[in-house]
Ligand binder design. Structure first.
Ligand code: MN
Length: 235
């Protein structure tokens, strides 16, 4: 009885603390490195405009789009699987905020090379070799007409697949053509590369391999595997 009372009191206190400090469910995180940290692969000016203007605008407009909906206070991860039920402004802006936050986390000034361990094995099994995987990923990035993203994902059955999404959609959304848990992404909107590469999207994609944060991708892969094991497969 005492324990129950204590738990209830603790919960009430936690709720009160959260309300007092007004902890927002969706925040604009600092970039995990300096604007010039990814030079020469991504130039400082592009990083600055991309993060502080493009990405910031998606964040600001996400909060506006959520106003007055029942989504206020929910995390992005909670909203993405039901986003098709809401206005396009929610899908486009929250998608934009989620995708950019995810993209920055996949990059590192100390990046490049190859993954190791189980992830490398899975890539080799799924695509034939690491080079064949790079080819397939590049093809997805190049064949996305207009603006969008190319992703490496873990499917519900644990297999790896590559997909691409238009605009600010992503594979966690209910409206996605192919759904899965993303572990790597490249932004192929022109604003991501135009200042340095102009129309040469292929050169930008080739440079991307030098700045991939594989240890982070690997940890996302391990998390996805764990989650898949504890969730009942969807029919
Ligand atoms: Mn972008």
């Amino acid at each position: 009885m005492k324990t129950t009372l204590f738990t209830a009191a603790t919960l009430a206190f936690a709720t009160w603390c959260s309300a007092e400090t007004n902890t927002p469910a969706i925040t604009f995180q600092p970039l995990p490195y300096a604007y010039d940290a990814l030079e020469p692969h991504i130039d400082a000016k592009t990083m600055e405009i991309h993060y502080s203007r493009h990405h910031k605008a998606y964040f600001t407009n996400t909060l506006k789009a959520l106003e007055g909906t029942d989504l206020v206070g929910k995390t992005m991860e909670a909203i993405l699987p039901i986003i098709g039920k809401y206005p396009a402004a929610v899908r486009n802006n929250l998608g934009g905020h989620y995708n950019h936050t995810f993209f920055w986390s996949c990059l590192s000034p100390k990046g490049g090379g190859q993954p190791t361990g189980v992830l490398l094995e899975k890539i080799n099994n799924a695509f034939g070799s690491f080079d064949a995987f790079k080819e397939a990923f590049k093809k997805a990035a190049m064949s996305r007409f207009g603006s969008g993203w190319a992703w490496l994902c873990v499917a519900q059955d644990g297999s790896l697949f590559i997909t691409s999404t238009p605009n600010q959609d992503n594979p966690l959304m209910d409206i996605a053509e192919k759904k899965g848990t993303p572990i790597l992404v490249i932004d192929v909107w022109e604003h991501a590369y135009y200042l340095k590469y102009q129309n040469l999207r292929a050169s930008f994609v080739d440079s991307f391999w030098n700045i991939i944060n594989w240890p982070h991708v690997q940890s996302l892969f391990e998390q996805a595997e764990k989650t898949n094991k504890t969730t009942t497969p969807q029919k």
